[in-house]
Design a protein around this ligand. Structure first.
Ligand code: PSU
Ligand code: MN
Length: 325
């Protein structure tokens, strides 16, 4: 894992640093969803509930953001509130944006890609989000493909999410994940969840039915030292998930508005999410909140399982062979 230079402009919260030093479980959390994905004040309440869920699962939350020229791993309540409240511009920070936002000392909220990069620098191997970025519909002409996918190919962090956002082109997102060599584990499901929807029609290549099983797959993948991240796809809780047909109607309307208004680039995701919240009368907001909390909880459990020393395997052929050698 790439370690940050000793004088890197990184401030790690004391609680996070202590947990890391003691080998206890830590979960990195993204902040774009707080600053750009949910409206005030639901966003602050959601951020607090997400951190609480990580704690309940036995891990320490480390929400990632940029402030005052520093990369912050673990936020104090005041900084969390500054990100959530709005009023001042908050930059959306992916891997390429760190330098510009640090140099300008602006406030920055990290995407999944930005959060993964930051987590790796801090030695954190698990993060949680709502929905992953991916291949946007119409990407064959717009080339709009989230940097989240490229980051998963290079950075050894497991991302717990509810699949890719349902505003995306899921089949192409899956194809690209396969091409990039990103492990994809369905949590208690054989088909990819679609963010607000319990499932899509697309099968996942691996499945885990407990945090321990998920942790075992991640640990085995990483044991080879191949590098790269992984995805754990957790279906949204049934009570909060949306009806696919109704959702399709709202999405078509939001996409038409985006096209009419010429929304492009990094503005697309926040625009669609905020229009969906309005068009659905708040249903997507409630679903988003619920799944963010459940993903944080699962990430905490997986991080805790990864942090537990595994019992040495008994009776495995290699150990027998090495004993007799
Ligand atoms: N999921 C949400 N809300 C969000 C996002 C994901 O429920 O706001 C954010 C994540 O931070 C993700 C980013 O990394 O959107 C992807 O943006 P883009 O498509 O521009 O890469
Ligand atoms: Mn994009």
């Amino acid at each position: 894992m790439t370690q940050a230079p000793i004088d890197a402009p990184i401030d790690t919260a004391e609680e996070v640093a202590t947990a890391r030093a003691e080998g206890r479980a830590v979960v990195a959390l993204e902040s774009t969803v707080i600053a750009h994905g949910l409206p005030w004040p639901d966003n602050l309440h959601a951020a607090e509930a997400i951190e609480a869920a990580v704690r309940e699962a036995g891990a320490v939350p480390a929400t990632v953001a940029l402030a005052d020229g520093r990369l912050r791993i673990g936020l104090d309540p005041d900084t969390l509130q500054r990100l959530a409240r709005g009023g001042v511009p908050v930059m959306k920070v992916s891997r390429r944006d760190f330098g510009a936002v640090l140099a300008s000392r602006a406030l920055g909220a990290t995407t999944v890609a930005g959060t993964m990069a930051a987590a790796a620098l801090a030695g954190i191997a698990t993060m949680a989000t709502g929905g992953l970025g991916g291949v946007h519909r119409g990407a064959e002409s717009s080339f709009d493909i989230s940097a989240d996918l490229a980051e998963l190919a290079r950075t050894p962090v497991a991302v717990v999410c509810s699949g890719a956002k349902s505003i995306l082109d899921l089949p192409r997102t899956l194809e690209l994940l396969e091409t990039l060599g990103v492990p994809l584990v369905g949590y208690g499901c054989a088909r990819l969840p679609a963010f607000y929807l319990r499932e899509s029609e697309h099968p996942v290549p691996a499945r885990a039915d407990s945090p321990e099983e998920a942790a075992a797959i991640l640990a085995a993948q990483w044991s080879l030292g191949l590098g790269g991240g992984a995805l754990v796809a957790n279906p949204p809780p049934a009570a909060a998930a949306l009806d696919p047909a109704r959702f399709a109607g709202w999405l078509a309307e939001a996409e038409q508005e985006a096209a009419d208004q010429g929304v492009a680039g990094k503005a697309v995701t926040p625009f669609l999410l905020s229009r969906l919240h309005v068009l659905s009368g708040g249903a997507t907001l409630a679903a988003n909140r619920a799944l963010l909390i459940e993903n944080a909880r699962l990430a905490g459990r997986i991080a805790a399982a990864l942090a537990r020393p595994r019992a040495p395997e008994t009776g495995a052929p290699e150990s027998g062979a090495s004993e007799s050698a």
